[in-house]
Design a protein around this ligand. Sequence first.
Ligand code: CLF
Ligand code: SF4
Length: 493
Amino acid sequence: MDLMVLGQDNTEEEQAGGGCSAGSCGSTDDQVDQLPEHIREKVHNHPCYSEKAHHYFARMHVAVAPACNIQCHYCNRKYDCANESRPGVVSELLTPEQAVKKTMAVAANIPQMTVLGIAGPGDPLANPERTFHTFRELSEKAPDIKLCVSTNGLALPAAVDELAKHNIDHVTITINCVDPEVGAKIYPWIFWNNRRIRGKKAAKILIDQQQKGLEMLVERGILVKVNSVLIPGVNDEHLQEVSRIVKSKGAFLHNVMPLISEAEHGTFYGIMGQRGPTPEELTTLQDACSGDMNMMRHCRQCRADAVGLLGEDRGDEFTMDKIEMMDIDYAEAMVKRAKVHDAIAKTLAADESAANNDIQVAADSRPVLMAVATSGSGVINQHFGHAREFLVYEASPDGVRFISHRKADQYCIGDDTCGEKESALTTTIRSLQGCEVVLCSKIGYEPWDELEKAGIQPNGEHAMEAIEEAVAAVYQEMAEAGKLDSAAVAAAA
Ligand code: CLF
Ligand code: SF4
């Protein structure tokens, strides 16, 4: 993306798309094209490792790992409901054989699915036989699927050779701290060498294992993403240090996620009233870490049995009873998948060369947050009332960058429960707090009025346009209408 800033000389680097002016600042995407080919190959179609890829490519998780070897104060794996989306939750625990069958069924029916992850509901490496049985079979039967695993790291050093053997190219380690004092407030116990260990001693063992595992993976050329849960008052001031250390050891990406701590989930933190961070606190910390590190900002904190694009869950279409009825020819499916992946690559290349995001704004123009309703493919293609979430972009003189997603309550669900509709719309509008514009393909009169009353301008004029291009265009229009002048706005207020 090229942004000409009035009153500033654009350096050659900025004009070439380098630095922050390239958009998606702080994610991997500003560097993907410059990565060595073998790394680019690992990243370009992985929806978690590339923000751009997550608009096009899907992931799935198979829930084969029920046991865990530690306890986190934010975890309770016992609770599930159809609408709940958080890590650790599953509707159906699978055997490795069922998991392989399910993966192949999903791959045949959702050709955009490029990555199979094992992420729970417990810790995959605390269930090594089930986890590696699944990976082993899949690497033989479905070699076109990338394999991915997410772990707390306690059993990681012992598993690194096995991970490398199965060509598992992507490993996520959840590292919430590098200081046992902090760790003791997050982990009440670990199970280590057949004993339960508590307090700082437990946290120190866990931290040492995580750091050792990280170093061993990097040595073997496996891409490592670090997830950290942001817990206000516990590790918020500590996570920049975590980010700096894991970066220095070779982690590729850092994903700081907000604590989920609703009391009804029955976690220790939920019951004790520990709050999660506000969206602003999360963005501020991600920005603070991004000086040292590539940051992931599009994580959806998926269920351990999630299926589909990030943010959507098509798990109901692939329950084991439905899969048993499917007749899958995987050789045929692989041909179809390759064609779909080629077509996506061509679309991405065409979008890249056709992108026209040039805008001219004064250098001191204030930044603006815009919410976007999309069901994928990088375009504005969703009705406001059908959106389950909105992607939030920031437009500023530095460019357009993806910031986060916000969950919405679908107000338009096709039934006539009028009272529920109203309250869902109110919740959705509250979730868009801080955004000044919402871009969607269509919107009804009632939400239009309510959004305007809340100070958010609905905009359906950019339907089917590329998201970043449309955000840049609206920002340009706002500049021309004199809406970006901080001083003028302050005087008017
Ligand atoms: Fe799954 Fe995780 Fe692999 Fe992705 S999820 S195991 S790296 S394939 Fe992705 Fe989901 Fe966030 Fe995880 S959006 S919770 S980061
Ligand atoms: Fe739950 Fe994962 Fe923590 Fe284990 S490591 S307690 S499964 S969040």
